[in-house]
Design a protein around this ligand. Structure first.
Ligand code: KG4
Ligand code: ZN
Length: 371
């Protein structure tokens, strides 16, 4: 396990990320005894490329990653004032994610590693998110992580760089996905989270009471797909009775929807915290990552729960909460310090659950759990 005080040797890693719709490259340095440092971090988003489709189109994403990755790598190295020969290793997201994008990153990283004779380290994207609080705040293991983004929603106890226990997660949509679909249903711009949050500020959350699914179950699992159906039903009812949606209707729908997500996340976080505290009672910490952690209402509710349970609450800066390559470079350093190395046979994996022991949930099919 990486101990910040006595890891030997400075390490500088280049990280590559391309598992969804952000092409990213970054350089991170860790001097033993000092906090890790993000030397450079470049993120090329693809929002406009997918805007007409109401979601990420895998083929378009993969092509864009292939076109942009080498540019991002060059920019990250230039900003860090380094050459490829100066880094100690190359870390790359090897899954889980959209396979074309993951492949684009893995192939680029292999080329860089072979061309520079540097070690290659494949990283689980979710581990990148889950280890971010160590990059930003040097927290020691174990801690509880709520990963809440457009593609993921799970509670993980982080026990080591490669040791995670999943306490629960969504059984269908991720909350960010629910925000994005809601925005689409209401004609608001993508990404949906910020648009819905903005509308919710002006809305009356009490006007529409949306369901809080699975609160009757004692576990930490969640479900968000029914929410958009409930919202769709209200929207259609309003359109039918009023002949359209008024500005205020839209704001009220957003406010009601946001409150429902917030309540579910807050209550399930409380349950996850209580379970985690039974296992790790000392100095409990709840850390969040993922784009949805940017939502002030959700963040506020999590802070309140943590204050009630005398738990430290940690939310990395947004640029490191959402998809980025600094988290991949850092996770690569952590893996490398444990002896993790990959060869030219490193595979791109569409499915790669962090906790292989946990029962399959999200999108699980014949090939097992996705994440
Ligand atoms: O972590 P992220 O950048 O990418 C992945 O999904 O991995 O998260 C993006 C998601 C989107 O679904 C977006 O709508 C959501 O995070 N999001 C928000 C907010 N800002 C971004 N959701 C709710 N409120 C926000 N302020
Ligand atoms: Zn992510």
């Amino acid at each position: 396990m990486t101990d910040f005080a006595d890891t030997a040797g400075t390490l500088t890693f280049l990280g590559l990320e391309s598992s969804c719709d952000d092409t990213a490259a970054a350089v991170v340095r860790h001097d033993p005894g000092l906090p890790p440092k993000v030397i450079s971090s470049v993120v090329a988003g693809q929002t406009e490329l997918h805007a007409d489709f109401g979601g990420v189109v895998p083929e378009i994403a993969a092509r864009a990653h292939t076109e942009k990755m080498d540019i991002c790598v060059e920019q990250a190295l230039t900003k860090a004032n380094l050459n490829l020969s100066d880094v100690d290793g190359i870390a790359v997201t090897a899954g889980p994610g959209l396979i074309g994008g993951v492949l684009a990153g893995v192939m680029c990283a292999k080329g860089l590693a072979i061309g520079s004779s540097k070690p290659l380290v494949g990283v689980n994207h979710l581990a990148g998110h889950a280890l971010t609080p160590r990059l930003t705040d040097q927290i020691e293991f174990p801690y509880l992580m709520l990963l809440v983004s457009g593609g993921h929603c799970q509670f993980l106890i982080a026990k080591g760089p490669e040791e995670f226990t999943r306490l629960g997660g969504t059984i269908d949509d991720a909350p960010g996905e629910a925000f994005d679909k809601t925005a689409k249903l209401l004609g608001l711009p993508q990404p949906g989270g910020p648009s819905v949050e903005e509308q919710a500020h002006m809305g009356d959350a009490k006007r529409f009471r949306f369901p809080r699914p699975l609160l009757d179950r004692p576990d930490c699992d969640m479900s968000f797909s029914g929410l958009k159906t409930a919202l769709l039903r209200e929207r259609d009812r309003l359109v039918e009775t009023h002949g359209g949606l008024h500005k205020q209707d839209r704001a009220d729908l957003c406010a009601g929807f946001q409150d429902a997500i917030r309540d579910v996340l807050a209550e399930k976080s409380k349950r996850a915290l209580l379970r985690y505290m039974e296992l790790s009672p000392e100095h409990p910490t709840l850390a969040v990552a993922g784009g949805v952690a940017a939502n002030m209402s959700i963040r506020g509710a999590l802070e309140t729960i943590c204050a009630e349970l005398d738990t430290r609450f940690l939310a990395p800066p947004l640029s490191l909460c959402t998809d980025n390559a600094a988290m991949i470079a850092w996770a690569g350093i952590e893996r490398y310090r444990l002896g993790g190395r990959d060869g030219m046979d490193l595979k791109a994996r569409p499915r790669w659950p962090l906790d292989a022991q946990a029962p399959a949930m999200l999108g699980s099919g014949k090939k097992g759990a996705k994440a």
